[in-house]
Design a protein around this ligand. Structure first.
Ligand code: ADP
Ligand code: MG
Length: 341
């Protein structure tokens, strides 16, 4: 696959703040690539470097094979969709979408035709005469998308584009963005702090933490094989066994993770299934969640969580188990994921 974007040892420092610290990765052409991480981890900085709104403090950044540093934003084959839409309030929708073409001196009839086409692409063909104030949040986000797409970029950058929408609309737009990505065949770089959004949409995900990338992987690999404690904590919900507890259980000081749904309860005095490990602790809480129930257990100075699918057996066990009791947890060795740190 040809490479659309390549970061080599890229840093961006603001005084003492290392917004991005010697980061290297590449995005393939046509990929849906997400940058996932908590607030302040360097996602927007990375996106702004791609767009050309920022320059690296050091390192090299290539776009479509060419060193990007000398190229201003408007000359890059890249367009950005921001969370806050950044629409012009006094212009109607069609003019908002056609604005980039006007700046590039595309003749009026042609730019309006292209703007209409872009609005059709985002399923808003009949709203061209309205002003942004006359649209819903979801419709405004579509206009922002059309305004980026009308320039026919090879790379579309999206910075938390659905952050302002309510859950239902957000899920609908996630599906639409995926469909659009497939239809256009261009590279999407998608910033989000929402792990379920990243897992559901992406070809690959880069997990950012404190200006560095912890892991880059497909959604499935990230979920099942987190490499670090941070990724195990941040993506999905894993139990992280710290070095000391790991040492008590396995004889080695290497921390490991086990997903909540892979841990089950075991009555005291019963032995774990073959190929499984067990640990005893004190029940802190049992929560009925409908399709499942969550049991929190204190083991040493750690809290472990087991997520059991709801069943008659699980109900019976829950009815017989109370906070404060001692209980055992078990998990199969095959579900232990060894962590680097
Ligand atoms: P994210 O998008 O992951 O929330 P950002 O890339 O916006 O994170 O920011 C990363 C870090 O860099 C944060 O600590 C932020 O405060 C800092 N930062 C970003 N832009 C600037 C700036 N223009 N001046 C100073 N610090 C900045
Ligand atoms: Mg940001």
């Amino acid at each position: 696959m040809p490479v659309a974007i390549e970061f080599q040892q890229v840093s961006r420092h603001y005084g003492d703040v290392k917004a991005l610290d010697r980061v290297s990765f590449s995005v393939e052409e046509g990929e849906f690539f997400s940058m996932l991480g908590p607030s302040g981890s360097g996602k927007t900085t990375s996106l702004r470097l791609m767009a050309g709104f920022e320059q690296p403090s050091s390192g090299s950044l290539r776009l479509m094979g060419n060193e990007a540093s000398g190229t201003p934003p408007y000359a890059r084959d890249v367009n950005t969709v921001f969370q806050d839409y950044a629409l012009f309030p006094h212009m109607n929708v069609l003019d908002n979408v056609a604005y980039g073409l006007m700046v590039r001196k595309v003749p009026k009839a042609e730019r309006l035709a292209q703007a209409r086409e872009a609005l059709a692409m985002v399923a808003l063909p009949d709203h061209g005469e309205r002003t942004p104030a006359q649209l819903s949040g979801g419709q405004r986000q579509r206009v922002a998308l059309a305004r980026a797409l009308v320039n026919r970029p090879r790379i579309l950058l999206l910075d938390e584009p659905l952050g302002a929408l309510d859950l239902k609309l957000r899920e609908q737009m996630q599906v639409e963005l995926k469909v659009l990505h497939r239809k256009l065949g261009i590279t999407f770089v998608y910033v989000t702090h929402d792990q379920s959004e990243a897992l559901s949409m992406s070809d690959r995900i880069a997990v950012f933490n404190k200006g560095q990338i912890e892991q880059i992987a497909t959604p499935r690999d990230l979920y099942h094989r987190p490499r670090t404690r941070f990724v195990a904590d941040f993506v999905g919900s894993s139990n992280v066994f710290d070095a000391e507890l790991a040492h008590n259980l396995t004889g080695k000081r290497q921390p490991f993770a086990v997903r909540q749904e892979k841990i089950s309860l075991l009555a005291l005095g019963m032995s774990a299934a073959p190929g499984s490990l067990q640990v005893e602790g004190e029940v802190l809480a049992i929560q009925f969640l409908g399709a499942s129930q969550r049991v929190e257990v204190r083991v040493g100075n750690q809290t472990l969580t087991a997520l059991q699918p709801e069943s008659e057996a699980a109900s019976a066990l829950a009815a017989a188990t109370q906070a404060g009791q001692r209980i055992a947890l078990q998990w199969a060795e095959q579900h232990m994921v060894m962590l680097d740190a």
